[in-house]
Ligand binder design. Sequence first.
Ligand code: NAP
Length: 318
Amino acid sequence: MAYRLTLNSGHLIPQVALGTSRISKDNVEVCINRALEMGYRHIDTAAYYGNEIAIGKALQEHMESTDLGREDVFIATKLFQTFMTGHAVEPALDESLRRLRLDYVDMFLVHFPCSMKNDDAYCEKQTIPRENLSVDLRETWKAMEEMVYKGKTRSIGVCNFNSKQLDYICEGARILPVVNQVEVHARFPQKKLHEFCKSRNILLEAFSPLGSPHFKGPAEINVVQSSDNLVENPIIVDIAEKYKRTPGQILLRNLVQRGIVVIPKSENPKRMKDNLQIFSFSLSNEEMEKIDKLDNGKRRFIFSWFSTHPEYPFNEEF
Ligand SMILES: NC(=O)c1ccc[n+]([C@@H]2O[C@H](COP(=O)([O-])OP(=O)(O)OC[C@H]3O[C@@H](n4cnc5c(N)ncnc54)[C@H](OP(=O)(O)O)[C@@H]3O)[C@@H](O)[C@H]2O)c1
């Protein structure tokens, strides 16, 4: 079972989650059941992933047929960019709760800081909205806070925010974001953003913690192909051989040892298990430093589709 960290809301978060965005549609229920059996206690989803219905079904069936209770699992979902005006936040969360068959989620995250005009049924079609919409991030955040007061989520946080956007929503906030979920892996360790988040008592949460090997992504998102596959990197492979672990476990261990929450995606039973078993060994300072040297300062997820948006987050240094 994964270690748990304490969020600034006082709630605990399991440090490893199952990332679900790229689990094949017809495999979601099986994977969620398997993950819960293996000891995963944190599931990361989003309205945009189109898998909340399958996750809700699997969760309910699992809880009805085992001792697992609602309090034992940490479910995180995300507000999509087309629901960032204040009045749209609650109906969007209500829909996620309905799909997930839950009364509350443990963490509700703003998916991306760029608000977009709604187009019809993006969830079903999984289309990327095209038209920018100007919404003050504080307006969105105020509505997110209301979701905590109404008991529909225990904690709130953000994804893909830069340091200025974080400070902007924190100023005058009644409830602080608990995490900032961003791309973090050995090639893009986000050292500066991490230090900044630590200074604000916000946890960094790593998406694509293995560097998202094999993922090409739709052109709209613009996923830059990495020059190498981190799980085949000779430095990582060497360390893995020393500890008789897999390279994937070394990459994840490096991040959890830095105090980061990780959400690796896997639908392969062995790799799912491996990704959870990273708490019974630790890397030496020298090994951590060797991995630090893999930093090439290049993010893979550019999300260039949104680059004309005034809130596009990646023009800032961090
Ligand atoms: N908030 C955001 O904007 C955002 C953006 C991107 C992603 N995310 C979240 O982050 C999660 C993970 O990101 P990701 O899927 O891009 O990348 P990732 O977790 O770094 O990599 C997943 C890939 O690595 C393979 N894999 C998994 N475990 C492995 C291991 N131990 N050794 C070798 N290969 C392994 C998987 O294949 P198999 O399935 O075959 O094992 C899959 O191809 C997503 O599912 C999603 O929940 C969030």
